[in-house]
Design a binder for this molecule. Structure first.
Ligand SMILES: [Zn+2]
Length: 109
């Protein structure tokens, strides 16, 4: 099972939950991940738990409730979309993401 790329989760949040008033869950993130070809094999929300925990620790996700394996979040700050000056790749960053670099070519953003 490939480790889930944090940038892919950033994009899902940007596209679907990019508002500090919206509550969303790990199940919803999982649902959107499974729409992507590379993650359709995911079948347990625990498989993305370590990435989500990192995103909590970094100050992007604000955990607000938990019910068994379902965890609910809000954003501390909305995410921003940035286009790489070198390769035009679209990246998605939270205010708390450090050392922002293009996820395609590695150029500093
Ligand atoms: Zn780039």
């Amino acid at each position: 099972m490939p480790r889930v790329n944090r940038q892919d989760i950033n994009k899902i949040i940007f596209d679907n939950f990019n508002d500090t008033d919206i509550r969303f869950s790990n199940d919803e993130i999982m649902y959107h991940l499974k729409q992507l070809e590379s993650y359709k094999e995911l079948d347990d929300v625990l498989e993305i738990e370590d990435v989500l925990l990192e995103m909590e620790k970094s100050g992007m996700l604000r955990p607000i409730a938990q019910n068994f394996n379902t965890r609910y979040y809000r954003l501390w700050n909305i995410l921003e979309q940035a286009s790489c000056k070198e390769c035009s790749w679209l990246c998605y960053f939270g205010k708390s993401d450090e050392g922002k670099a293009c996820t395609q070519c590695g150029a500093k953003m």
